[in-house]
Design a protein around this ligand. Sequence first.
Ligand SMILES: Nc1ncnc2c1ncn2[C@@H]1O[C@H](COP(=O)(O)OP(=O)(O)OP(=O)(O)O)[C@@H](O)[C@H]1O
Ligand SMILES: CC(C)(CO)[C@@H](O)C(=O)[O-]
Ligand code: BAL
Length: 358
Amino acid sequence: MAFVNRAARTIWPMRISHLVLKRPFHVFRSIPELRSHRRDLLLDGKTVGLVPTMGALHAGHLSLVRRAAEENSHVFVSIYVNPTQFGQNEDLASYPKTWDSDLALLRDLDVSLKQSGNSGRVEAVFAPTTKEMYPTLPPDSSLPGKGTFVTITPLAELLEGRSRPVFFRGVATVCTKLFNIVQPERVYFGQKDVQQSVVIKRLVRDLHMPIDVCIISTEREADGLAMSSRNVYLGERRRQVGVVLSRALRAAEAAYESGVQDREGILAPAHAVLDDEAARQSRMAEDESTRFEVDYISLADPDNLEEIQGVRTSQGAVLSGAIKMLPLTTTRIDEILGQGEDKLPVRLIDNTILMPKP
Ligand SMILES: Nc1ncnc2c1ncn2[C@@H]1O[C@H](COP(=O)(O)OP(=O)(O)OP(=O)(O)O)[C@@H](O)[C@H]1O
Ligand SMILES: CC(C)(CO)[C@@H](O)C(=O)[O-]
Ligand code: BAL
């Protein structure tokens, strides 16, 4: 049975008062143990939904887990900061790690699933070592690099791929490994990373994987900023300005909703919002302003993410953007700084789907 003889790697409730409600879930670090448990579930006729994450869990991740628990009897959450998707100058070393609170959030969510009568539950966390995930060669983030990789071109070279050339190779490779290991019926990804979701759909289709890819809408802060693990790098000042990306995309979406279909007519309002904010910041004192660079604002075909000149209303489009919040050059003693004291640049991405119209 599922929970016998697994105390050493089972997360037990912290407080006696919660004993009745808090049921342990497995924490697997090795592939053979996970596989053996997965086989038992299969023989028992259970369904497994996998939520791949890099940890530092927030409400966005939890919405994926909740949906997975609605659609599967057992949910597996992977927590693994995958080195091959980080470029050599990116933030692999400082990527936020919040293991204890990640497990606490999953435990609390599992309790609320039980209380709400949901039949699906959090069954396991898979948190492998890098040696387990990359057994033959050390993971390589260089190009072309040594190793066994999954590449998806030209999709992986567009948009995010232009600034992060190894990113989608790393994502497609690690997701292939995770899918092979867990063999889920369904996998859950967030729309916030829209290009990633298109890459994963393509991967599953082209490699004939018997998996449903489910995309879950973006959870946002009250002012519209898309939740993201990397938001912890944003201190108060950069956090307030960071919402400009979501405002810009909403302005473009409003143009589409009002009947505009051509590229220029849709994108101009977004650029106006970004330019206005940049100009406002440039008029402020250095210890009060935030500088940012716009990487792209894209209007693209929903299937291949190629840029389009206008939206075919029968098809809709993906409107997406990325900005880089630059490090603060001067900080004040009275301001709240982010993790890393706002010395790291922070890439923010966001998107909205322009829905087909009848
Ligand atoms: N705000 C969100 N709403 C819904 N899903 C999200 C949200 N943020 C992330 N996800 C999804 O959670 C999954 C795991 O993402 P990840 O662990 O990289 O978190 P993240 O917040 O996107 O981190 P990062 O800041 O590194 O991009 C991905 O499928 C991602 O799209
Ligand atoms: C899908 C993923 C877990 C692969 O490492 C990562 O790219 C993420 O967290 O979105
Ligand atoms: N959220 C996808 C993982 C990354 O940006 O590194």
